[in-house]
Design a protein around this ligand. Sequence first.
Ligand code: S3P
Length: 173
Amino acid sequence: MGKNIILVGFMGTGKSVTGRIVANQLEREFIDMDSLIEERAGKKISEIFADEGEAHFRSLERALVQELSAREDLVIATGGGIVLNPDNISDFSKTGVVICLHADPDTILKRVAKDSHRPLLEGDDDKIKAIRALLAKRDKLYQAIPLQIETSNHTARETAQEVVALYLGQTRF
Ligand code: S3P
């Protein structure tokens, strides 16, 4: 039985793509929280935000954190706002190793430009400004995670290697 690996970080830091590679390498189950929330709700995150509001989405996220932290051997990609509730990080840390991925605003912009499932950045013509503002607001919360990886100039495969190395370093003894 092994501790969960939980990837946190801002939108576009590569949590989902990296998590999938790590799960494959370690032959573990991969859970993408946003996808699971969408699957269970039967609608897209942007529709949940529009129909029920952000607070409702955060309560779905919170319930899923409680459910997943009761399990083992998972690789979990969280949504970027998971750090907003400190209970989420403290619950995940009890049964897993939490790792924060970072990227600079320009890299984030490039990575999120193509998708439309990020309601917090939608409808904003000046996306780089929106990214910078939200990053500034949340920076302290991301920096508070002890294990950090910079992903800006790395492929997902390289980041996945770093995740595995950090995880093994934490669980060896
Ligand atoms: C959010 C990030 C999104 C998604 C939702 C809210 C956030 O996930 O959970 O749109 O508050 O940063 P990604 O980080 O996977 O884009």
